[in-house]
Design a protein around this ligand. Structure first.
Ligand code: NAP
Length: 307
């Protein structure tokens, strides 16, 4: 048990904030966790499940005297939130976030950060398709990457303190620029979500196949897309609105590859299909070798029970 921060403020109390609290409590990293959520229902749940030591109905009240403030709402809210809390931040405090995009967050938050407060953006590359305070769990960050995108002028010891906190929560930490982060995540996270949303929506639009058939005969491939497509619509709307350039760049590359596949199918070019599928399978094997997923069939899920 090592207290790393006397007082941590979590603004927004969904999956990520709740998991930070559980992981922090597991090791006693914060003496006091103050929480803010906009709805009375979420505040009540947070109190009930014990993820906060004090609950506040304004963000300004929650950040008072906090040494570490973490923005945990959808990224589209960060600018207004930063403006609201700015006059109430403790001098010397670290302000960070968990937003899935970084360039837009730097653009929206930085202008509000008072001198003497250290804004160090970050992104836990860990999550599930569930939302809300009850969906959080202590192991969410274990062996997952946390990307820090420090800004010029961040004192090295403050960046190190934040890095140490995320390592103590269970993460491996890597530092990079916010532009590079947005390009990498556009490919590894944002594009797959866009494809999943589109695949599921397309299936829903196909008139010759009924909704009940889609549900009844959903094969593993389609079901995996539906899991991703169950993610929070507000969060994902904000991600696409705030990582436009990088997503459009990766989408352009994706559609070029798709056209290659389309042509190969039309012309019966099995070699092209086989080569591309083999390259793709090697990437999956690389992910397993890097310890970022299980080699068990069907991601190790238990077989579905008969009703
Ligand atoms: P979540 O479970 O949906 O929780 C979101 C929280 O933000 C809730 O407490 C919600 O309040 C609050 N909120 C929503 N809109 C708001 C607004 N307009 N003003 C103030 N508060 C608002 O979300 P999450 O999955 O924890 O995601 C939070 C952040 O983490 C996002 O920025 C996301 O990009 C990032 N992230 C998510 C994942 C993931 O897989 N989920 C992974 C990495 C990073 P109420 O409950 O009161 O409505």
């Amino acid at each position: 048990m090592t207290v790393m921060f006397e007082r941590v403020a979590l603004l927004g109390l969904g999956l990520i904030a709740s998991s930070i609290s559980h992981a922090s409590r597991r090791k006693g990293l914060a003496k006091h966790i103050a929480g803010f959520a906009r709805s009375a229902e979420t505040r009540e749940t947070a109190k009930q499940i014990g993820i906060v030591d004090s609950i506040h109905d304004t963000a300004a009240a929650a950040v008072k005297d906090a040494d570490l403030v973490i923005l945990c709402t959808p990224v589209g809210t960060y600018g207004a939130l930063a403006q609201e809390i700015a006059p109430h931040l403790k001098p010397g405090a670290i302000l960070t976030d968990v937003g899935s995009v970084k360039g837009a967050v730097v653009r929206d938050v930085s202008p509000h950060v008072p001198a003497g407060v250290h804004f160090i953006p970050g992104h836990p590359v860990a999550g599930t398709e569930q939302s809300g305070p009850r969906s959080g769990f202590a192991e969410l960050f274990d062996n997952r990457w946390h990307i820090l995108t420090p800004l010029p002028g961040n004192p090295p010891e403050k960046v190190q303190a934040l890095e140490d906190f995320w390592v103590a929560l269970g993460s491996n930490v890597e530092r990079m620029t916010h532009d590079h982060h947005d390009l990498v995540l556009a490919m590894t996270s944002h594009l797959p979500h866009l494809i999943a949303y589109n695949t599921v929506a397309t299936a829903g639009d196909v008139e010759t196949v009924t909704q009940s058939e889609i549900i009844k005969f959903s094969a593993a491939g389609f079901r995996d897309f539906t899991r991703i497509a169950a993610s929070d619509p507000t969060m994902w709307r904000d991600i696409f609105l705030n990582n436009r350039e990088a997503v459009l760049e990766m989408l352009g590359r994706f559609t070029e590859e798709l056209a290659v596949l389309q042509k190969a199918i039309r012309w019966g070019d099995g070699q092209t299909l086989f080569d591309l599928f083999s390259r793709a399978r090697d990437i999956r094997r690389g992910i397993i070798a890097a310890g970022q997923d299980t080699a068990a069939p069907n991601f190790g899920r238990a077989p579905t029970k008969k009703n």
